[in-house]
Design a protein around this ligand. Structure first.
Ligand code: FMN
Length: 189
């Protein structure tokens, strides 16, 4: 069911790093993005794949994790993503990718969950550094990084009361809690 997949598709930030994600799996996930909606069907998105320890370490070094958990520096060695899909905008096709990269990232993550994997979208990326480390040509704008792996954490949704705090939190058992607004609070008409 789509609902089950969407509910299971949380932002996971700790992984079994020793469980590899093959390049072929990443290609299959990009193929889901390829078949997704695109504004005016311009399809400006291109992708850079990472699934080797060396390249993963380079990508990881440019990422900002969990802004709502200031005391947590991000996943430690052994719990880091096994792979990344970097979503790029080809500026020779379109100066602006609109919302295409968000749609692509969601397709990728739903496909990952369907395969027993999981991940997290990251917009907090030191883009120039990532471009330099990976040798990504100027033609491509770095839009989003999707981290992927076998999740090692439990994430649960909580009810967010009106006026409540949107910040997610971790409890003493390292369970990650994510407050979500109530359905009746977001349908305005
Ligand atoms: C566009 C976008 C950018 C995001 N960037 C980051 C990021 O840079 N670092 C991070 O740890 N999480 C990032 N997230 C994940 C959000 O924090 C997460 O979606 C939110 O806390 C809700 O949790 P959920 O995805 O499990 O519903 C991003 C999510 C979106 C949609």
């Amino acid at each position: 069911m789509v609902r089950d997949l969407v509910l299971k598709n949380r932002s996971y930030r700790r992984f079994y790093q020793d469980v590899a994600v093959e390049r072929e799996t990443l290609r299959e996930l990009v193929d889901l993005a390829r078949c997704s909606a695109s504004g005016a069907n311009r399809q400006p998105l291109k992708y850079f794949l990472s699934c080797t320890p060396e390249r993963n370490a380079q990508v990881f070094s440019t990422l900002g994790w969990a802004g709502s958990l200031p005391d947590w520096p991000g996943p430690s060695e052994g719990e880091r993503p096994s792979a990344y899909i970097i979503i790029l905008g080809d500026t020779q096709i379109s100066k602006n990718a609109g919302v295409d990269h968000g749609i692509a990232a969601q397709s990728i993550l739903l496909g990952a969950v369907d395969r027993g994997l999981g991940g997290c979208m990251l917009a907090s990326v030191r883009r120039d550094e990532l471009r330099r480390l990976l040798g990504i040509p100027e033609q491509y704008e770095v839009l989003l990084v999707v981290a992927l792996g076998k999740p090692k954490e439990r994430v649960v949704l909580e009810t967010l009361e009106p006026g409540g705090d949107v910040r997610y939190w971790r409890d003493d058992d390292q369970v990650h809690h994510v407050p979500k607004r109530r359905l009746d609070d977001i349908i305005v008409g």
